[in-house]
Design a binder for this molecule. Structure first.
Ligand code: IPE
Ligand code: IPE
Ligand code: MG
Length: 247
């Protein structure tokens, strides 16, 4: 049976998050520079957005560049920034056509001015699209997100807008950069690494994690279907017993 037919459309995650890893190794295997891998990674993003949209998945988050990635060699960093600028130019039309709304989570202030303008522009242009929310984690880290949320909560407490007793896990969620986005039910990481690398630390608390050896530029819709099938075969217990969940 083909993979797509094995997916139960009534049990799809609303939100799938991706750590797109392995671009460098993919390029190295081909005797190419790392940027060649990043370039090919963009194609995989397009395919995944298409496939997710067709399935009716509402939110796709991708980890495009981490806070820690700023410490890579300067030419790789600037190459990635240029690539992102170009990808926005190349893809804006198809995002409009496909009803994709773009948002960014991360430290926008650290991005080069030109890219920041393009990013603001694509967010503004796509803001009324409503088929799929495409969230790009750019200059993002989970600890940064939690630190920023904590500062805002502390300020609102000091200003008397909220009281310390109002702080609970829902309130914290609302102060994070993902305020209006449901937590991902599924997080996929490519390239064989089994770690979170400072991605959505708070939001992944109960996500199903799926790790595959496939390198990101080779990740395609079939690989997504495999991850979704694996997700659908798991029992999400949220602390309860299996018997309780089956009721
Ligand atoms: C992921 O691929 C892309 C970014 C982190 C920007 P890598 O560049 O980390 O590729 P590997 O892990 O070195 O193969
Ligand atoms: C995580 O990949 C960040 C992104 C995919 C953007 P890395 O390649 O930077 O992660 P580590 O350093 O190997 O954990
Ligand atoms: Mg990597």
């Amino acid at each position: 049976m083909d993979l797509l037919e094995q997916i139960d459309r009534s049990k799809l995650p609303q939100h799938v998050a991706f750590i797109m890893d392995g671009n460098g190794r993919w390029a190295k295997k081909r005797g190419q520079i790392r940027l060649f891998g990043h370039n090919n990674g963009v194609k995989a993003v397009k395919e995944i957005l298409n496939a997710a949209g067709n399935l009716g998945i509402k939110y796709v988050t991708v980890y495009a560049f981490s806070t820690e990635n700023w410490s890579r060699p300067a030419d790789e960093v600037s190459g990635i920034m240029n690539l992102l600028s170009r990808a926005i130019d190349d893809e804006i039309e198809s995002m409009m056509k496909n009803g994709i709304r773009v948002s960014i989570i991360g430290e926008m202030e650290r991005l080069p001015q030109k890219l920041r303008e393009k990013v603001s522009n694509v967010i503004e242009m796509t803001k009324n699209n409503d088929k799929l929310d495409f969230v790009v984690a750019l200059s993002y880290s989970g600890r940064w997100d939690i630190v920023e949320a904590t500062k805002k909560i502390a300020r609102d407490c000091a200003d008397g807008k909220i009281s310390p007793d109002d702080i609970n896990s829902d309130l914290i969620s609302k102060y994070l950069s993902t305020a209006n986005i449901p937590d991902p039910e599924l997080m996929i990481r490519t390239s064989g690494e089994s770690r979170i690398s400072n991605f959505l630390l708070y939001q992944l608390a109960y996500s199903e994690l799926y790790f595959t050896d496939v390198l990101w530029p080779d990740f395609n819709k079939e690989e997504l279907y495999k991850a979704l099938i694996s997700y659908q075969n798991r029992e999400r217990r949220f602390g309860k017993t299996s018997e309780q969940v089956k009721k």
